[in-house]
Design a protein around this ligand. Structure first.
Ligand code: SAH
Ligand code: SF4
Ligand code: F3S
Length: 451
């Protein structure tokens, strides 16, 4: 068997794509290896969202070259896929001429064919950045893909919203929803293989509409209901949602569908209406708060998380204070916050009034301090509560791991576990866990009983 080394950067959709790439290449005789040294094929599945993510790819490409050169190994075939591939195309092969293939996120089903071409003509770079007529989802083989107890499935991809700071509409292309039929087919296969939790993915997952329903009335809330009807699927999560696409169907699903976990990742990016306008987010802070209020009317205990961009051009101290005020108001259970990164080709990159690095860092520190405070506060509310928790994995210390309904990582104490099983056999079981200790980023619990 030939060996494939694959490294994934960026969002969960990229991880989903990497799993499918490895699966596609199995049929061409490649098995996955953790070692660059033994690889016949190297794939870097890349992310272009911030400058640092994209630059990391080039430093990794340099490191990979050193591995085979310093060890006098035969050069592996090297492919760059994902969002840097789509954004930079041929430029990659100019900057790193040892790259053989550049393949965009919608074209990777072509990889086996392109690899064959490289083998025949090693000096001929292969570049495919097409958005094919037949969507990639219709060409994937769900049956042979390996699955985990909690696994991802992309149901929506691309974006038409063009927020001024963001590269995604350029790298992933226009908004596309998979058909309900294709999604349910993949989930049913996943369920047969032992998947108990599905995480529905999309750049704007709640923009999903059934593409086979001409009136496009069939939206995420009703899809979730149909997934919940699959007996062996015990838990459903979804991410990332956009405030403009929050409809009542989805909000109601949080009340009526028991298997849907009470967690909503709804990025606001900034608490200042002026900055939201410059970002082209097309909603105000107040409209965002109204959505949260409505969601909580249907599901009082729901955990809300968000993304923030700190130091977008023209952000003043007053705008920054408004973001802090939104954090105080919503009391997010967790969040991601990033310093604004200027991206080529975006509208924001044309704005002049950039915030200096020192101010950005100061503001990021203040935002993260406030977010951490509310996260720990939220985590502490879990102490002494008992939750049914699906055991999804074990960590390096052989400790069992799952997620609370509110999406917190939960580590399970060793002492109460049934001795007739080893830990691996407990993965996939639903256990009632009493939370004993709340930490900043996780919870520690003890088994009460299990099914
Ligand atoms: N579709 C989602 C976000 C997907 S991108 C939404 O609209 O909310 C994931 C996150 O990356 C964004 O929420 C944003 O916080 C961050 N991000 C995107 N572009 C960025 C940039 N240029 N600089 C810093 N962070 C950025
Ligand atoms: Fe990027 Fe905005 Fe689309 Fe989200 S909605 S992916 S931030 S352009
Ligand atoms: Fe990155 Fe592309 Fe995802 S830019 S965040 S890998 S959609």
């Amino acid at each position: 068997m030939k060996k494939l080394f694959i490294k994934t950067y960026g969002c969960q959709m990229n991880f989903y794509d990497s799993d499918h790439m490895s699966n596609l290449l199995k049929d061409s005789g490649y098995t996955v290896s953790e070692e660059v040294k033994e690889a016949d094929l190297v794939i870097l599945n890349t992310c272009h969202i911030r400058d640092k993510a994209a630059e990391k790819v080039y430093s990794d490409l340099g490191r990979i070259k050193k591995v085979y050169e310093n060890n006098h190994l035969r050069k592996p075939i090297i492919a760059v896929t994902g969002c840097v591939a789509q954004a930079e195309g041929k430029e990659i092969t100019k900057r790193s001429p040892w790259v053989d293939l550049v393949v965009g996120p919608q074209a990777y089903t072509d990889l086996p064919k392109l690899i064959e071409k490289i083998k025949q003509k090693p000096d001929h770079k292969q570049i495919n950045l097409k958005f094919p007529e037949v969507p990639k989802f219709d060409l994937l083989n769900f049956k042979s893909k390996k699955s985990k107890v909690s696994d991802f499935i992309t149901i929506q991809e691309g974006c038409d919203k063009f927020c001024s700071f963001c590269v995604v509409p350029f790298t992933r292309g226009p908004e596309y929803s998979r058909s309900k039929k294709s999604i349910l087919e993949e989930i049913k296969i996943m369920a047969k293989k032992g998947v108990k939790e599905v995480v529905l993915l999309g750049q704007n997952v709640n923009a999903w509409k059934d593409s086979s329903d001409e009136k496009k009335h069939f939206s995420l809330g009703s899809l979730i209901q149909e997934i919940a009807d699959i007996d062996t699927i015990l838990s459903i999560r979804y991410t990332t949602s956009h405030p403009l696409d929050m409809d009542l169907d989805l909000i109601k699903a949080h009340k009526y569908v028991d298997k849907l976990m009470p967690y909503l990742h709804l990025p606001i990016q900034s608490g200042s209406d002026k900055i939201l306008r410059k970002m082209n987010r097309r909603h105000t802070t107040n409209q965002y708060l109204k959505i949260i209020e409505l969601v909580k009317r249907y599901r009082e205990d729901i955990a809300i998380s968000s993304d923030f961009i700190i130091g977008h051009p023209d952000e003043t101290e007053d705008d920054h204070k408004k973001t802090l005020a939104v954090i105080d108001e919503v009391k997010f259970s967790s969040s991601y916050s990033f310093v604004y990164s200027e991206r080529p080709g975006t509208k924001s990159s044309e704005l002049n009034n950039n915030v200096d690095d020192k101010t950005k860092k100061k503001r990021l520190y203040e935002i993260q301090k406030r977010l951490s405070y509310f996260q720990l506060d939220f985590n502490r509310k879990m102490e002494n509560l008992i939750f049914p928790i699906l055991i999804t994995d074990k960590n390096k210390n052989n400790q069992l791991v799952g997620r609370s309904p509110y999406n917190q990582s939960v580590y399970i104490n060793e002492h109460n576990l049934p001795t007739k099983y080893n830990n691996v056999e407990l993965i996939g079981k639903m256990m009632n866990i009493k939370i004993e200790v709340a930490n900043q980023n996780s919870l520690l619990g003890t088994l009460i009983d299990y099914a």
